[in-house]
Design a protein around this ligand. Structure first.
Ligand code: SAH
Ligand code: SF4
Ligand code: F3S
Length: 463
């Protein structure tokens, strides 16, 4: 069934290729969401390129424009509506096909708004029908009708779609889809469906293929990676230990684990194997046990602290990072103080901070005690100041140390320097020859700036 579906879509790809082959057609893609969304976009790009569309970064020359949307917070949704205003003129100018996919398309009120106010959009496709994009495009080309291809039920796992990756060194690999947790603030379970894990053999085959193409790093992706279940007695710990056996892959990262499922076997595997980065993203959300209960996170402040201490003890020099939401309904100054307290205690390497955003259809949206915007912003600023002072302090600890850095290219601000990341995912900038790009090197850290570190090649230092 699964492979039949892919074969059928490949037939559509061939048919569209025939229609497109003599034309010099271009596509423009904008990805608005998380890493899972980015990985979906890589599949969209893979399919489009096989249909003979080539990528452009200029929307004004595109014949096919696709937005891969996100609805995690209100500002993500605003982004789409901003872009849709812009796109209208290209529709007229190039007769471009406009397609919108991704998480927002699973929301009924959004589809209604799009149909009513943006009639020039041609194709709407959801998270469960991404693989059917070739069929949707073919139908659009052959009938000129508007296409709406959205399913409410969980899609099957589709293997073997074409893929065009963004990076040549680091690859993202989705290991599971969906989420079962229903944190009360979060839209993801509604738009991504229930948890579905890929088979271990499919994941391992994909990563072996990546290694043979020269990839050095893989990022395993899922909304809750540590509830990965590949088979009876085969969970996330087993998957990690199998991935690290693959020759050529030098680094393994993963996001996001859920604290409630962080079992000892996973901690032990991270501690044991060199290739698994000593870096753990452990989303806290709030430091108040009362708020955590309202959020349906299934752990208390103390349980979170104990887990973090255990990870720090078992994995020496581990870098912990986290996500925090401020201004959840009912959050008092005392609750917020608990959040600051956890941050003080754990000294995270990085904190991704979010202002609570009401999401239609979630439990928290119906709670009465919503926090005024002004208070949310004040708390956010206070947390940000604490986090920045901790990062500054933390960066100093790196000075004089030798770090393993995977050099991924020239630095964004200066063509003459190279940049890469440490095991703990810190950006490091060095002055070195471009031949080091793609190599894992030892760097001695010499200087700290807030968002990155500077260093020198350690082997050059030894000379
Ligand atoms: N599955 C991941 C998170 C995915 S969403 C996990 O559980 O860690 C990424 C982050 O967005 C969440 O960790 C949370 O901090 C934030 N987030 C989710 N819904 C939000 C909302 N309604 N308002 C503000 N931030 C939100
Ligand atoms: Fe959302 Fe919670 Fe699932 Fe993460 S675990 S995706 S925050 S419902
Ligand atoms: Fe956004 Fe969907 Fe990811 S809502 S955060 S793109 S799973």
């Amino acid at each position: 069934m699964n492979s039949n579906e892919v074969e059928m879509q490949k037939e559509y790809i061939k048919k569209i290729y025939e229609i497109n082959k003599a034309k010099n057609l271009k596509y423009y893609i904008l990805t608005m969401g998380c890493s899972l969304n980015e990985n979906d976009s890589e599949k969209i790009c893979g399919m489009l390129e096989e249909m003979n569309y080539t990528r452009t970064d200029n929307m004004d020359e595109a014949n096919f424009i696709v937005f891969n949307t996100c609805c995690i917070r209100e500002n993500a949704e605003d982004k789409l509506f901003g872009k849709l205003g812009e796109v209208k003129k290209f529709k007229k100018q190039n007769n471009a096909i406009i397609a919108i996919g991704g998480c927002m398309m699973q929301e009924k009120h959004i589809i209604k708004k799009l149909k009513e106010s943006y009639p020039y959009v041609d194709i709407l496709f959801g998270t469960h029908t991404l693989h059917k994009l070739p069929e949707d495009i073919y139908n659009k080309l052959s009938t000129s009708q508007k296409i709406e291809d959205i399913l409410d039920i969980d899609g099957e796992i589709i293997e073997g779609l074409p893929i065009k990756r963004e990076d040549k060194l680091k690859a993202q690999v989705t290991i599971m889809y969906g989420c079962n947790n229903f944190c009360s603030y979060c839209i993801v379970p509604y738009v991504r469906g229930r948890e579905r894990s890929r088979k271990p053999e499919d994941i391992l085959k994909e990563i072996k293929g990546l290694a043979s193409e020269g990839y050095k790093e893989v990022m395993l992706l899922g909304q809750n990676v540590n509830s990965y279940k590949g088979a009876e007695n085969y969970g996330f710990a087993e998957l990690l230990s199998d991935v690290q056996k693959i020759d050529g892959i030098e680094r393994i990262r993963f996001i996001s684990p859920h604290p409630k499922d962080f079992t000892d076997d996973v901690i032990d595997v991270i501690a044991k194997y060199e290739k698994i980065c000593k870096s753990v993203h452990l989303p806290l959300q709030s430091g108040s046990s009362k708020i955590l209960k309202e959020m349906n996170r299934k752990y208390t402040k103390e349980q979170f602290l104990n887990l973090a201490y255990k990870i720090k003890e078992k994995i020496p020099n581990v870098a912990l990072t986290t996500d925090i939401i401020v201004g959840f309904p009912g959050e008092t100054e005392e609750d917020f103080a608990d959040t600051l307290d956890v941050v003080e205690k754990l000294k995270f390497e990085q904190v991704f901070m979010f202002i609570y955003s009401r999401r239609v259809g979630t439990v928290a949206d119906t709670m009465e005690n919503q926090i005024p915007e002004e208070i949310k912003h004040k708390r956010f600023d206070k947390l940000k100041a604490l986090v920045e002072s901790q990062i500054e302090e933390n960066n100093k600890k790196y000075i004089g140390t030798i770090q393993k850095v995977l050099i991924d290219g020239t630095s964004k601000t200066n063509e003459n320097t190279l940049s890469g990341r440490t095991d703990s995912n810190k950006v490091v900038v060095i002055e070195a020859d471009k031949s080091y790009i793609g190599k894992l090197v030892e760097v001695k850290i010499t200087e700290d700036c807030l968002w990155y570190l500077k260093g020198k090649l350690a082997n050059a230092l030894r000379k």
